[in-house]
Design a protein around this ligand. Sequence first.
Ligand code: ATP
Length: 651
Amino acid sequence: MAEPRGILQLECPRLGGKGDGSILCEAPEGPFRQNTPVPFSLRESGRVRGVFAEGAESVDRPSRGGYDALCGRNPGAPGLASGEGAFMANEQDRMERIVALAKRRGFIFPGSEIYGGLNGFWDYGPLGVELKRNIKDAWWHDCVTTRDDVVGLDAAIIMNPKAWEASGHVSGFNDPMVDDKETKNRFRADHLYGIWVVAPQHEKEKIGPPVGDSIYFGPGERDIAVGVMRQALEEGRFSPPTATIIASSEGEVLNQLVRQEKGKGIVNRGWFVNLEIALRRTGKTLDITFEDKKGNVAWAFVRHIPVKVLVTNSEMIPSPYTGKRGVLTEPRNFNLMFQTYYGAVFDEAHKAYLRPETAQGIFVNYKNVLDTSRLKVPFGIAQIGKAFRNEINPRNYTFRSREFEQMEIEFFCHPSEADKWYATWRQARFDWYVGLGLKSDRLRLRDHEKDELAHYAKACADIEYAFPFGTSELEGVANRTDFDLKQHQQFSGRDMTYYDDETKERFLPYVIEPSGGVDRALLAFLCEAYDEDEAPDENGKPQRRTVLRFHPRLAPIKVAVFPLVKKDGMPEKARAIYEECRRHLAAFYDEKGAIGRRYRRQDEAGTPFCVTVDGQTLEDGTVTIRDRDTMKQERIGAESVLHYVREHLHL
Ligand code: ATP
């Protein structure tokens, strides 16, 4: 479970019944050091106003947005921690707006939508496919084309099933799965979080069956009850949670709490209607304060439920779907590989799998590549391709899909150099995302704890991104030792050792594996690029603008060309500029609608430059070129548009 980088504690003035309060920020860096009180006041409209530092901009936003203000993305709150606690109500809204934009502008569609879609499958539309291609091209360029020591490969999706026995996928590529016997829903046992509520006595009826002595408190007993429950959880004593939520991070839990609040409340009883602003961490537990409509306050603890607790106490755990107890099965292993058959006979002997990762295609070709190229260890083989996993709960948009694309490198090196290469790739892959625009503090490198490592791995780090739905893995970089080659050597009977002519040494190389997902990278770039600001319309009136601030290498369209009006030779002139541009880079021509609207459409597509041919063009041969981010326009010669765009985008 990811630990937040910083802890935010907000004191809600309503809890104290005052109009003003202070925010305690425990931030690892920046101007707000541990426990710096930051004054804020809550207005009647439910907005938090905060002055974050002398001279810094103040924050003024809806009260739940107070979390957002604290997550460091607000210019007035530089250096504040962005951790799991940052993902709150307006993160949820933000995600919804991103999904809507992606659909509206043809980035991502639900798979086979006209038939009601298919859970876990997504289709990429005209803009999405360009964005995806640009990500893959950037990866290939930076990891393969421009390196002497990495070559490419394109292996078949369906491999001899023995390869999956050797890799351990047939026996071990399992997720523990739990069924809700009543609703027939299924979820991953390791993706279950518990919520322990400590509530006032008079709410007992609404919350449901008592689940522990300490859970309800009478007048004046709240702090004691909270303390008892916290201690029980910290000491690992089992106490059944009040409710459960399916999530893979605390951030995701918080997000769902906020969403549930709109309708059902965390225990499906419509009780918690107002998630308020108190959040802090004690050890492995996250504490949240809730309020109901009447201003009654309850305390809740969020904590991951270990799979072993589901094994021993499944009947005590409430269903994440209905809140009922006694309806969950014990966890069972579920193999994530999709099965199929090859040839005309559908029997066991002809069973095959859709690959769950591209890596094994590389391992089985390691000798082929070595024998047919002039490469010497250390060297890498790279592959981009589809992978399939029958995920139990596909969710969070494209983040956890059943069909997705991977970008993987297996880098073979001498065992004595493995630590060095691991460190090199770990940093190089992190820098790659930063270089393409994931600059904010939403990106982080997290080293796995010893007990998180796969049995064969010597080291592993996840490159994680703080998506609006929670912080999750974009890419993993691992030192896989010689495990894979050893396995394939054993199962295939082929010698996988490498002979070094110079040192006269024969050895089984170690493998460093940077393994990333194209779809997750795309989603991160999309979330990072999404922005809203204000731009004046034709009449100079400020209007809300949605803009995708893609890195130029990733922008699906680099330049759009418009005639101001569809007459006076402007379309012909604009078309000529467009034709010249599109021979060299992705360009777009549009002559329909008001010019302001055409700009907006390109802002939403993330197009860095828009060129307009107007009356003056016909007189002096100049056009306007508008910058997506600053919205500033300048006049340049029509003949220099291509040069200008290339120069400014460094293409
Ligand atoms: P998770 O723990 O999130 O299921 P994982 O650790 O199993 O991921 P890996 O097996 O390391 O993932 O796969 C490498 C990369 O492939 C991941 O970092 C991710 O970018 C991508 N990936 C894995 N599973 C999926 C999926 N279901 N949907 C989209 N991308 C995925």
